[in-house]
Design a protein around this ligand. Structure first.
Ligand SMILES: NC(=O)c1ccc[n+]([C@@H]2O[C@H](COP(=O)([O-])OP(=O)(O)OC[C@H]3O[C@@H](n4cnc5c(N)ncnc54)[C@H](O)[C@@H]3O)[C@@H](O)[C@H]2O)c1
Length: 377
């Protein structure tokens, strides 16, 4: 089977990627795209052959830094040029589906940034394209790769908390709208506000920690109080700062009923009047123990404050699990490359369906907020 794009009849047979160097391209050169470039560049047997992004100076400097043979202003030119086995998609969310589907149809493996797409319908089209092409569709959920979250996952999986029955996952900023007026604050370009942007990370690591329970119903609210008044922005770089108005929520909370009776509260806010800025928080109560994690929202932040509360012989027996530093995008990109090299036997497990499930839950949350009623999934 060939991974070459549009091979001409004279093309020599192309070897399987696992037997030779993997040729990757990265679309998008903002913060996210740069994490993918850095991670690919560190891996043996991986060659970054092309990069695409609209900012000419930045594109040229990244091309030089990583010795990338080809650079393009637009993703379509990059795909048409060919010579790729896999791409990363690190562009505004409205472009995830068109780029991923076009790449999958050319036989490329795709690692998309989160959220999978603007909504579940687009996400479903991406998953369908991956299954049809028999290629990988992974979505970058780098926060579940935090060392503290992985340490807590071990505690929960080993039964250290008994049966979890209530959890809360939040990511809240005081003043962290990612560039007022950028694509992030336009629903047509982003699909939603902080619920879709950072809430999807909180939802992802919460479901991951809780063992992927089914969500049976959601009841959510959204608010837009600071953003529309020009407050709560930060000076985070966005390559696409434009004059879009603030048309998404700046705060959301969602109460999720899980199969088996447990419940999960998700809070996601780019801006609200609070003491701490950019705090990622998780707490869980189980029948034999509870745990709390407080960490900085920055994906590259060091290990957060993680504690487990339990008892032995009627006495409190609290402890701090050992956690290694997280590896964020490095781990996500390595997983993607490992899966590609794993061959067709493993590709089917990487069809984007877990990320699609997150999009279905978030769609239900927005519906619940709009209709002011509980929505069953
Ligand atoms: N996983 C994480 O921790 C994390 C963090 C930040 C952003 N993200 C995600 O990454 C994606 C990008 O976010 P960002 O913060 O890097 O955005 P950004 O606005 O900083 O960068 C967007 C990039 O997309 C490029 N682009 C836009 N249209 C293009 C086109 N037609 N052809 C080629 N390139 C094009 C722009 O030129 C720019 O380089 C989003 O989906 C976002 O949700 C993920």
């Amino acid at each position: 089977m060939s991974n070459e794009q549009s091979p001409s009849p004279q093309s020599p047979p192309v070897e399987e990627p696992r037997a030779r160097e993997l040729r990757v391209g990265v679309v998008g050169i903002g913060w996210a795209g740069q994490q993918h470039l850095k991670a690919y560049a560190s891996l043996e047997g991986v060659r970054i052959v092309s990069v695409a992004g609209m900012e000419q100076d930045l594109r040229e400097s990244l091309q030089a830094e990583y010795s990338i043979p080809k650079a393009f202003a637009d993703w379509e030119e990059m795909l048409e040029h060919g010579g790729l086995d896999a791409i990363s998609v690190a562009v505004p969310t409205f472009l995830h589906a068109p780029i991923a589907i076009a790449a999958l149809e050319r036989g490329l493996h795709v690692l998309s940034e989160k959220p999978i797409a603007r909504n579940a319908a687009e996400g479903q089209a991406m998953v369908d394209a991956a299954r049809k092409a028999g290629r990988i569709l992974d979505v970058a959920f780098n926060h579940r790769r935090r060392g503290d979250i992985q340490a807590l996952k071990e505690v929960i999986d080993d039964g250290g908390l008994g049966r979890p029955y209530y959890a809360k996952a939040s990511w809240l900023r005081r003043s962290g709208i990612p560039t007022l007026g950028s694509w992030f604050t336009n629903p047509e370009l982003a699909g939603g506000g902080p619920l879709a942007d950072i809430g999807v990370h909180a939802l992802d690591y919460a479901l991951h920690l809780l063992g992927e329970p089914k969500v049976v119903a959601v009841s959510a609210t959204t608010h837009a109080e600071l953003g529309p008044r020009g407050r709560g922005g930060n000076n985070r770089y966005s390559a696409m700062a434009t004059s879009h108005a603030f048309e998404v929520e700046d705060f959301a909370s969602a109460f999720l009923r899980l199969e088996g009776g447990a419940t999960l509260l998700i809070e996601a806010g780019w801006a609200s009047y609070r003491e701490t800025d950019d705090l990622l928080d998780f707490m869980v109560y189980g029948t034999d123990g509870g745990a709390e994690l407080k960490a900085q929202g920055n994906p590259l932040a060091p290990v957060g404050k993680l504690s487990v509360f339990t008892e032995r012989d009627g006495e409190n027996a609290d402890y701090v699990p050992q956690a290694l530093p997280g590896r964020a995008h490095q781990a996500v990109v390595e997983d993607f490359v490992t899966a590609i090299r794993g061959g067709e036997e493993v590709w089917g497990e990487h069809d984007g369906s877990q990320a699609l499930y997150r999009a279905q839950i978030i769609d239900a949350c927005y519906q619940s907020a709009r209709e002011q009623t509980e929505v069953r999934l």
